[in-house]
Design a protein around this ligand. Structure first.
Ligand code: KG4
Ligand code: ZN
Length: 378
């Protein structure tokens, strides 16, 4: 019996598309043997967003120790791998090239096949990975909402294989015309003096808002043309105008900016610096984002006649988004699947899982593999 038959197919996944350097080993596209993520948030925080040049430099520093750690956690040597999967795009070219070059070199040196992975397909696989960890086996067509700092897009997803873990075929149903939802979180957090990234802190502060009076209400976003398209820049601008019209927010913003400068960025440190109007504003902003994401996903599921909704990407960690999907979608007979929070944000386990489908189809990349800043799934 070959090692592959005995142990399953073991793939090392490498992810470096944005500001996380990640490596993971996954067996048969479903069993996570290790997963290591080195975040660069501390490097980019003071600039309020990802600085591409700094990101590439950090990936260069991190790639070797992160891969070593992933191999050690899995208890494997490179020879025991069956393939290497690497994110080809979409993402920052300089960052992608670090992972791609490392993956190509390792594959060539070890004589292993290399599989190029679309980062968005990785996010789809993150949901299946989570389902497999829980012993579930989602089958049947689904719609998938990928919602992160770089993407907000809806796909119809169909499995073309038999065992549910791909390969999948995709049809794009809609996407954002301007900012991604996570980008809107990050920009609004910056306006409010709440640092970077904005999603996690705004999520916590919105939950803490309770019944604070809403200082403003944001209506549903209307998009002309495709009703499954998103738009978040208008909402961000509405927050900006509201702040300009109400100078009483300024003092709080300055106090929080000062707290951040001193390194006090935890929820417990920032909450006392937020007055009820600020908390109410954050809650209304989040409510508007969540309503838009949930409404359009449900409309897409109904239009496609599917029963399963997959939600993935950094913003899928949001507690109100999860709760709202639970109540609205489940109440209407849809099954909603999320990855665990650790698999929601960028990681390499999802890349290794997506690479398994390519491995089975023998879709191998050669030394000419190049990074792709834009790489649509469909
Ligand atoms: O998937 P991800 O790690 O990277 C991209 O591919 O963009 O997503 C990062 C994004 C950031 O914009 C961050 O603010 C947002 O996800 N995010 C959240 C939450 N956690 C992370 N947004 C809302 N609520 C959260 N709990
Ligand atoms: Zn991502």
């Amino acid at each position: 019996m070959s090692d592959q038959q005995k142990n399953g197919v073991r793939i090392l996944g490498i992810e470096s598309s944005c500001d996380e350097t990640a490596a993971a080993v996954v067996e048969d596209g479903r069993k996570i043997l290790s997963s290591v993520v080195a975040s660069q948030i501390d490097v980019h925080r003071k600039y309020g967003g990802v600085v591409p040049e700094l990101a590439s430099r950090e990936h260069l520093r991190q790639i070797v120790p992160v891969v070593r750690k992933a191999m050690a956690q899995a208890g494997l040597q490179f020879e025991q791998l069956d393939a290497i999967g690497v994110t080809q795009g979409p993402g920052l070219v300089g960052s992608l090239l670090v992972g791609i070059t490392y993956g190509k070199t390792l594959a060539a040196a070890m004589g292993k096949p290399l599989v190029a992975v679309n980062h968005l397909e990785g996010h789809v696989h993150a949901v299946f990975l989570e389902a497999f960890q829980k012993g579930q086996k989602p089958t049947g067509p689904a719609i998938c909402l990928i919602v992160s700092g770089g993407h907000t897009v809806l796909y119809e997803v169909k499995a073309t294989g038999e065992d549910g873990c791909g390969p999948f075929s995709y049809r794009k149903l809609g996407g954002t015309r301007d900012d991604a939802a996570g980008e809107a979180y990050d920009k609004v957090a910056k306006l409010l003096g709440l640092g970077y990234p904005g999603g996690p802190i705004l999520d916590l502060l919105a939950s803490a808002a309770g019944n604070a009076v809403a200082p403003v209400k944001f209506g549903p976003t209307k998009t002309r043309g495709n009703p499954l398209d998103f738009s978040f820049s208008g909402l961000k601008t509405a927050v900006l105008y509201h702040l300009h019209e109400h100078p009483e927010y300024t003092e709080g913003i300055q106090r929080r900016e000062e707290a951040l400068r001193q390194g006090h960025r935890k929820f417990a440190e920032l909450l006392p610096l937020c007055d009820p109007a600020t908390l109410g504003l954050i809650r209304e902003f989040q409510r508007a984002v969540v309503r838009d994401l949930v409404d359009r996903s449900l409309a897409a599921a109904e239009e496609c006649g599917v029963e399963i909704i997959l939600v993935s990407g950094g913003v899928s960690a949001n507690s109100e988004l999860r709760a709202s999907f639970e109540t609205n979608a489940r109440g209407r007979g849809f099954q909603v699947l999320f990855p665990d929070r650790s698999l929601s944000t960028d990681n390499a386990a999802m890349i290794a899982a997506a690479a398994f489908a390519g491995f089975q189809q023998k879709r191998f990349a050669d030394v000419g593999l190049n990074a792709r800043a834009s790489m649509p799934l469909a």
